[in-house]
Design a protein around this ligand. Structure first.
Ligand code: NAD
Length: 293
């Protein structure tokens, strides 16, 4: 089994590291938070005193950090100066495409193989080991990483060269953000027209309005019992996280010269929702703002 260093043991990284330890890999873990680190140790990881210590002697390094600046910093200060040539580097954080490509280029220069491998599936998927991984990087690095990713996820898609995993992630989440607003607007229009939510669901879920935001994550209580709408919009996937991904999509669209007017509008609406104090709510809670609440 492989010697794996795991850095960033938060809501997602914690259960992902636990699944690697459960699969009998030797996991050496580090997080700035003692609580997160101790939980990982309880789940079978070995404690390191720093990120630099964790990666020394590792065959594979996995990072699961909040944003691009954390990934750049950890790779530049801790990972790249301390790993042996040939070490496989896997960054699972959701970050901007530029940072992903920058770090991959530094790794390549230092003789390391690196992939960006952001995930979808949330904390539930991280815990159950059923995440979807969207991978950017060279064929050889993808082939080496696949067996490890399979211990944490179910669908592993090679999306192309460095940064393409991040590109796939933000494109998907831009669809999700826009579609959640569209579905929410439809339910609020129905309400004002005197059309029952369940009736709209019965029609749209079997018609051309069908989409994941409607049938799996319906933003109004009732039609889909497992959706956050039935538990006062307890997250799930927070509105703050959705805003982060929509902003990343807008930055990428501006840099690449892509027209994404609905993505821009979705980013603005989630910005309003988050900055009026609802960042911790599930993102489907935006329906309440559209309802004037
Ligand atoms: P989190 O805030 O719970 O965890 C991040 C962890 O990184 C924290 O424990 C923090 O202490 C640690 N950290 C920060 N800087 C560090 C450093 N320099 N060295 C060591 N540890 C450091 O976040 P999360 O929900 O686990 O999300 C992690 C990433 O996964 C984010 O990029 C997020 O966008 C992405 N993501 C999250 C979800 C979700 O549902 N939570 C779903 C898909 C993708």
């Amino acid at each position: 089994m492989a010697k794996i260093a795991f850095i960033g043991l938060g809501n997602m990284g914690g259960p992902m590291a636990a699944n690697l330890a459960k699969a009998q890999h030797h996991v050496t873990a580090f997080d700035l938070s003692d609580a997160a680190l101790n939980t990982a140790v309880e789940k079978g990881a070995h404690k390191a005193a720093s990120a630099a210590e964790a990666v020394k002697g590792a065959e594979i390094v996995v990072t699961m950090l909040p944003a691009g600046k954390h990934v750049r910093e950890v790779y530049e200060k801790d990972v790249l100066p301390n790993v042996a040539k040939g070490t496989l580097l896997i960054d699972c954080s959701t970050i901007d495409v530029d940072s992903a490509r920058h770090v991959a280029a530094l790794a390549d220069k230092a003789g390391m193989e690196m992939i960006d491998a952001p995930v979808s599936g949330g904390v539930g998927g991280a815990t159950a080991g059923t995440l979807t991984f969207m991978v950017g990087g060279k064929d050889g690095a993808f082939a080496k990483a696949k067996a490890v990713l399979e211990k944490m996820g179910k669908n592993i898609v090679h999306a192309g060269g460095s940064g393409n995993g991040q590109a796939a992630k933000i494109c998907n989440n831009m669809v999700l953000g826009v579609s959640m607003i569209a579905v929410s607007e439809a339910f609020m229009l129905a309400k004002r027209l005197g059309l029952d939510a369940q009736k709209l669901f019965d029609v749209a879920s079997t018609s051309s309005g069908q989409c994941w935001s409607l049938t799996n994550y319906c933003p109004v209580p009732g039609p889909v019992p497992t959706s956050p709408a039935n538990r006062d919009y307890q997250a799930g996937f927070t509105a703050a996280m959705m805003l982060k991904d929509l902003v990343l999509a807008q930055q990428a669209a501006n840099a690449a010269g892509a027209s994404t007017p609905l993505g821009a509008e979705a980013a603005q609406l989630f910005n309003l929702f988050v900055n009026s104090g609802h960042g911790g709510k599930d993102f489907s809670g935006i329906v309440q703002m559209l309802d004037g609440k």
